[in-house]
Design a protein around this ligand. Structure first.
Ligand code: ATP
Ligand code: HSE
Length: 309
C-alpha cells in the first residue's frame, strides 16, 4: 500500500504546525509500501513525507526513529524523522485517528524498476556501512519475524496452500531448523531492504528507507534479504552475477567470514521463506484502505525453489 488512513487538510496543517515547516500547499497519498500510510506533503518551505504508523505502537517507535537519526548522523544515506518543535520525533497524528505519525524530509530520486550490477554494488556497500555503524547503536530489539513467528505463520497458512506448496513449506521448515544461526556474526539488520526501500537519483543512491523491520539478527541474513530483491532479472529469476556484485560492494566495507560465506545459501532460502510467509499472511488477512498494495507470495515461493539445490 498504501493509504489506510485518509486525512484532511486541516488536521494535516495542525500536525505540520508542530514542526514549523510552513503552510501546506498540497499533499497526496503514496501507493507504494505495504505496512504504513504515507503521503507526500508540499509546504511553502519544502517537500516532506508524512508516515502514519498503522501497525507499530507508539512505545516501539523510539527504537526505530532513534536508529535512523543515529544512522543519518553517522553519514548513512537514509531517510530520518524531523524533530518537532518540542524536540520529539513523532506524535499522535490527530485525536480522530489516534495513530502515531512522523514527518521526514523527502529524499530525491525514484525506486528502481530494474537493477544493474552497479546498483547491486552500491546497495551492498551501503548495507555494510549500516552494519558497521550499528556496532555502536546502544538499543536492542528481537526479530519478531524469527523462528517462532515462522512456525506460527506456517501453521496458519498451511491449509490454504496447494498440496505441493504444503510439502515445500514443511521441507523448508525442517531444513531451516537444522541451521546454526548462533555462531554467525550478529548486529542490527535493516530486515526489509527491498528495491522499494531505497531511492536512486540517477546513478546515486539518495537513501535507504523504512527501517521498521530493523532488529538484532544475523548480518548475513540481511544480505540475503537484500539480494532476494536486488539480484533478480525478472520477478522470479535470481541472477548470481548480481549477487557477486552485491557481495563485492558489501566486502568493500566489511569482509565476510568463511562461516558467513558458507551460510549464505541457507540464508537466501530463509529470506525467501520469510517473505513467502509474510506475503501469504497479508493476502489471507487483507486490510481496508483507500489505496492498497499486496505483493504476490508466489514470487517468493519461486525464489525459494530457485535457491534450493
Ligand atoms: N523520506 C522519503 N523520501 C522520499 N520518498 C519516501 C520517503 N519515505 C517514504 N517515501 C516513499 O514512500 C514509499 C513507501 O514508504 P515505506 O517503504 O516507508 O512504506 P511502508 O508501508 O512502510 O512500506 P513497506 O512495504 O516497504 O514496509 C517509498 O517507496 C517511497 O516512494
Ligand atoms: N518488502 C516486503 C513488504 C514489506 O515488508 C515484501 O516485498 O514482501
Amino acid at each position: 500500500m498504501s493509504v489506510y488512513t485518509t486525512i484532511d487538510r486541516d488536521e494535516l496543517q495542525a500536525f505540520l504546525d508542530s514542526y514549523q515547516v510552513g503552510q501546506l500547499v498540497r499533499y497526496r497519498g503514496i501507493s507504494a509500501g505495504v505496512v504504513n500510510t504515507n503521503y507526500f506533503v508540499t509546504t511553502d518551505q519544502g517537500e516532506f513525507v508524512l508516515t502514519i504508523f498503522e501497525q507499530t505502537e507508539a512505545e516501539e517507535l523510539p527504537y526505530f526513529l532513534n536508529l535512523t537519526n543515529f544512522l543519518h548522523a553517522g553519514g548513512l544515506r537514509c531517510g530520518w524523522p524531523l524533530k518537532r518543535a518540542d524536540g520529539s520525533l513523532f506524535a499522535c497524528f490527530s485525536e480522530k485517528h489516534g495513530k502515531p505519525a512522523q514527518l521526514a524530509v523527502r529524499l530525491p530520486g525514484e525506486v528502481l524498476e530494474k537493477t544493474l550490477f552497479s546498483h547491486c554494488r552500491i546497495i551492498g556497500a551501503e548495507l555494510a556501512k549500516m552494519h558497521l555503524l550499528c556496532a555502536d547503536y546502544p538499543d536492542h530489539r528481537d526479530n519478531e519475524m524469527g523462528h517462532s513467528w515462522r512456525m506460527q505463520a506456517a501453521g496458519e497458512m498451511m491449509s490454504a496452500l496447494p498440496e505441493k506448496d504444503q510439502q515445500l513449506l514443511k521441507d523448508e521448515l525442517v531444513f531451516q531448523q537444522a541451521i546454526d544461526w548462533q555462531s554467525l556474526p550478529r548486529g542490527v539488520v535493516h530486515g526489509d531492504l527491498f528495491r522499494d526501500n531505497a531511492l536512486f537519483d540517477g546513478d546515486e543512491l539518495s537513501g535507504m528507507l523504512d527501517f521498521f523491520f530493523a532488529c538484532d539478527d544475523v548480518l548475513v541474513f540481511d544480505i540475503a534479504i537484500t539480494a532476494l530483491d536486488w539480484c533478480r532479472d525478472s520477478l522470479t529469476s535470481f541472477n548470481r552475477d548480481k549477487l557477486e556484485a552485491l557481495l563485492e560492494g558489501y566486502q568493500s566495507q566489511r569482509s565476510l567470514s568463511e562461516a558467513e560465506k558458507q551460510a549464505l545459501p541457507a540464508m537466501q532460502r530463509a529470506a525467501a521463506l520469510r517473505f513467502w510467509l509474510s506475503r501469504l499472511t497479508d493476502v489471507l488477512n487483507p486490510r481496508d484502505g483507500e489505496l492498497t498494495e499486496l505483493k504476490d507470495p508466489t514470487q517468493m515461493r519461486d525464489l525459494l525453489l530457485d535457491a534450493r539445490p
